[in-house]
Design a binder for this molecule. Structure first.
Ligand code: FES
Length: 105
C-alpha cells in the first residue's frame, strides 16, 4: 500500500528501511514513519481489541487524540502508534483490552 511512484512528487528514492517485529514477525518500515503507517502499508489495520466487547479498533483520528490506535510497543501497553515513530528492532503487538498482549492467552 505504499506510494512508491507519486504522479506529482515522483519516484520515492533513497528510502532508509528499518525492521520492526510485529506480533513476532519481522516487518520492514521506512525510517522515521509512524508505526501505524508502517502497519497500514502491510495491510495490518487492527491495532487493538476493546476490553468489554472485544471489538477491533484501528486508525480513527491519526493525530494522537482518540486512542483507537493503542498497541503494545516494546512491552509497554497503551502506546498511540499514530504518533510514535518506528525504531529499528522495536516490537509491536496487538493490544488486548486495557493492555494485555494477545500472545499472553
Ligand atoms: S488514531 Fe487516534 S490516537 Fe492514534
Amino acid at each position: 500500500m505504499r506510494v512508491m511512484n507519486h504522479p506529482v512528487l515522483g519516484e520515492q528514492k533513497d528510502i532508509e528501511w528499518v525492521t520492526i517485529i510485529f506480533n513476532g514477525k519481522p516487518m520492514k518500515a521506512e525510517k522515521g514513519e509512524m508505526i501505524l503507517a508502517a502497519l497500514h502499508a502491510e495491510n495490518q489495520i487492527v491495532n487493538r481489541y476493546t476490553a468489554k466487547r472485544h471489538e477491533p479498533r484501528g486508525i480513527y483520528c491519526g493525530i494522537g487524540q482518540c486512542t483507537d490506535c493503542m498497541m503494545v510497543v516494546n512491552g509497554i501497553p497503551n502506546v498511540r502508534t499514530c504518533i510514535t515513530p518506528v525504531e529499528d528492532g522495536m516490537t509491536v503487538e496487538i493490544q488486548e483490552g486495557l493492555g494485555k498482549w494477545r500472545g499472553d492467552k
